[in-house]
Design a protein around this ligand. Structure first.
Ligand SMILES: Cc1cc2nc3c(=O)[nH]c(=O)nc-3n(C[C@H](O)[C@H](O)[C@H](O)COP(=O)(O)OP(=O)(O)OC[C@H]3O[C@@H](n4cnc5c(N)ncnc54)[C@H](O)[C@@H]3O)c2cc1C
Length: 489
C-alpha cells in the first residue's frame, strides 16, 4: 500500500531532500539528473537551449524530422543501453543480431574505346559480418575474405589485433602514441590503415585514424574486437534523437519529480560560506546543496568557481580542442539503395544511412512518395566544416552515384548540410591527462560530460558513464550527510 505523508510525501522527521542543480541537459546531465532524482534528491536540470539532448538533437525541416548528426552505438555500450532501458526506449533502437557492415568502393571507369565518355563500372562491395565464434575469432573469417586488401595484408590483420591484448589504455605512455604509428609498427600498410582500420577508428574517435590516441583506439579495439562476440554489434536509433533522448528524458524526469528548466543558461556557480552554492542565471539565482556541471569543456572552464580545481588544470582543458562532424543530407526522387547503412572506402563518403523512414519521409502525407533520404556522416570533417553547400553537392552527388548505380538516373530533390563544429574533443595523443575526474576539490561540485575522464572516447556511452559517476560521487559525499542548505543557514 502506498503511504502518504503530510510532509510532502516524506515520513515525519525526515530532513527535506537535498537540492541539486544539474547544469547542462545533454546525455550526461540527463543521466545524472535521473540517477539523483531516483535516490530522492530534489533535482533541477538547467539547460541553455530550448530542448534536452545536447549533441543528440533533431529539428523539423519541411515536415521532416532531421537529426543534426547520425548516431550509432555498439552492443558493448552497456551504460548507454541502460539509459535507453530506463527511458523505455530500448524497443526504439534497432540492434543488429550480428555485427554486419557492407563496405562499398567505387568501381572505377571502363574505357568505351571511342569518343563517348567512359561508363562508370559497378561499385565493389564487401560484407564484414561476424560469426558466432567467440571474439576475436568471430571476425577472422570476414577479414580473411576482405577483398580490399591483398593476401599479405589480410594475413597481417591479426597481428595488431592480438598485440592489442597487451596494450593498457590506462598507461600515460600509451596515450602519448599515435594509433597510426602503432599500427604501422605492427605491420599495417597505408592501404590496410585506410581501407580497414579507418572504417572504424575515424567514426569512433572523430579524428583521422593515424592521429588518434592509441589509448582511446585501444579502448575501442579491445572492447569491440577482442571482447565478447556481440560487443561490436551495431545499434541504430529507430526514432529521431530528439524523441529518443530529449523528450523521453523530460518525461521520465517529470515522473521522478525533477524540475527541467529549458532556455536557462547558467552564468556563474558561486560557493556559499558554510556549504552549498548559488547558481546564477541571467535574471535569477538558485540555491543548491550540490551542483553537477555537465557542459562541454570550453563552457565548463569559465563556470568553475575559484579553487574548485587548480587554475592550471582548468586552463589546460582548452588543450582538448574540438573536432567537427558534418552530415550531408540527400533526398532522391526514387530509391537508390536497399541497404539500411553502408561504409565506403576510396570515396569521400565515409558512412551513409537510409533515413527515409525515421525522418517521416516515407509517410505518404509528405507528398514525396517513393523518395529516399540518405545521410552521409563525415567524421574528422575539418576539410568540410566551412565548405559551401554547393561545393559539397558537386563533390558528394557524384560520389554517391559511384557507390549506388541507381542514383545515376535519380534526381536530387533536396540537398542540405548540417555541421557540428565542436562535435567531440580532439581525441589525439596526450589528452588523457587533461580529462578531469568527476570530483573537484570543492565538496558538492562535480563534473560530468563525455569529455571528462570516463576511460571512454567522447561518445554517448562516455556521456552516460560520466553522468553516473557524478551521481555516485555526490551520493558518496555531500548527499550522504544530512544537513540541507535550509538547515545550515
Ligand atoms: C554530429 C555528431 C555525431 C555523433 N555521433 C556519435 C555516434 O555515432 N555515437 C556516439 O556514441 N557518439 C556520437 N557523438 C558524440 C555524442 O553525441 C557526445 O559524446 C555526447 O552526446 C555528449 O554528451 P554530453 O552530455 O557530455 O554533452 P552535450 O551533449 O554537449 O551536452 C551539454 C549541454 O550543456 C548545455 N550547456 C552548455 N552551457 C550551458 C550553460 N551555461 N547553462 C546551461 N546549459 C548549458 C548545452 O546546451 C548542451 O545541451 C556524436 C556527436 C555529434 C555532434
Amino acid at each position: 500500500m502506498t503511504q502518504v505523508f503530510a510532509t510532502g510525501g516524506r515520513p515525519p522527521h525526515t530532513p527535506p531532500p537535498r537540492k541539486v542543480c544539474v547544469v547542462g541537459g545533454g546525455l550526461a546531465g540527463i543521466t545524472a539528473s535521473i540517477a539523483l532524482a531516483e535516490t530522492g534528491a530534489d533535482v533541477t536540470l538547467l539547460e541553455a537551449r530550448p530542448r534536452l539532448g545536447g549533441a543528440t538533437c533533431s529539428f523539423s525541416r519541411d515536415g521532416l524530422t532531421v537529426d543534426t548528426g547520425q548516431h550509432i552505438f555498439l552492443g558493448c555500450c552497456s551504460a548507454y543501453r541502460g539509459l535507453l532501458d530506463k527511458l523505455g526506449m530500448t524497443g526504439h533502437a534497432t540492434m543488429q543480431d550480428r555485427f554486419d557492415v557492407t563496405v562499398l568502393a567505387p568501381g572505377g571507369s571502363a574505357s568505351s574505346g571511342g569518343t563517348t565518355p567512359p561508363a562508370p563500372r559497378a561499385p565493389r562491395k564487401a560484407r564484414l559480418r561476424r560469426t558466432a565464434l567467440p571474439g576475436p575469432l568471430h571476425m577472422l573469417p570476414a577479414l580473411g575474405r576482405y577483398p580490399f586488401l591483398n593476401l599479405a595484408e589480410r594475413l597481417n590483420v591479426s597481428r595488431p589485433a592480438l598485440a592489442m591484448r597487451f596494450v593498457d589504455p590506462g598507461k600515460p605512455a600509451v596515450d602519448q602514441q599515435r594509433f597510426g604509428d602503432w599500427l604501422a609498427a605492427h605491420g599495417q600498410t597505408e592501404r590496410s590503415r585506410r581501407a580497414l582500420w579507418d572504417l572504424f577508428s575515424v567514426s569512433a574517435l572523430n579524428i583521422a585514424g593515424d592521429d588518434a590516441s592509441l589509448a582511446l583506439a585501444a579502448v575501442v579495439v579491445k572492447t569491440g574486437l577482442l571482447g565478447k562476440n556481440n560487443a561490436a554489434d551495431i545499434g541504430i536509433p529507430a526514432l529521431p534523437l530528439g524523441e529518443l533522448h530529449g523528450d523521453a528524458g523530460a518525461t521520465l524526469l517529470g515522473k521522478l519529480g525533477a524540475k527541467v528548466s529549458l532556455g536557462t543558461k547558467v552564468t556563474a556557480i558561486e560557493p556559499v560560506d558554510g556549504g552549498g552554492f548559488t547558481v546564477r542565471l541571467a535574471d535569477d539565482e538558485l540555491a543548491a546543496d550540490a551542483v553537477v556541471l555537465a557542459v562541454p569543456h570550453e563552457k565548463a572552464a569559465p563556470l568553475m568557481p575559484p579553487g574548485a580545481l587548480p587554475e592550471q588544470t582548468v586552463n589546460a582543458w582548452s588543450g582538448l580542442g574540438a573536432s567537427p562532424i558534418v552530415n550531408v543530407h540527400v533526398i532522391y526522387d526514387r530509391p537508390v539503395t536497399d541497404l539500411p547503412f553502408a561504409a565506403a572506402i576510396d570515396s569521400p563518403v565515409q558512412w551513409v544511412f537510409d533515413r527515409t523512414k525515421i525522418s517521416g519521409l516515407s509517410a505518404s502525407h509528405h507528398g514525396r512518395p517513393g523518395h529516399q533520404y540518405l545521410a552521409i556522416s563525415l567524421s574528422a570533417a575539418d576539410e568540410y566544416a566551412d565548405t559551401p553547400v554547393a561545393q559539397l553537392q558537386e563533390q558528394f552527388i557524384p560520389a554517391l552515384a559511384e557507390l549506388f548505380p541507381a542514383a545515376r538516373q535519380a534526381t536530387v530533390a533536396e540537398f542540405f548540410v548540417t555541421r557540428e563544429r565542436r562535435a567531440t574533443f580532439r581525441q589525439a595523443p596526450g589528452t588523457a591527462a587533461l580529462r578531469p575526474k568527476a570530483a573537484t576539490q570543492r565538496p558538492g561540485l562535480v563534473l560530468a560530460g563525455a569529455w571528462t575522464d570516463t576511460g571512454w572516447p567522447d561518445t554517448m556511452e562516455g556521456a552516460v558513464r560520466s553522468g553516473l559517476s557524478a551521481a555516485v560521487e555526490l551520493r558518496r559525499t555531500v548527499l550522504s550527510s544530512t544537513a540541507t542548505i535550509g538547515e545550515r543557514q
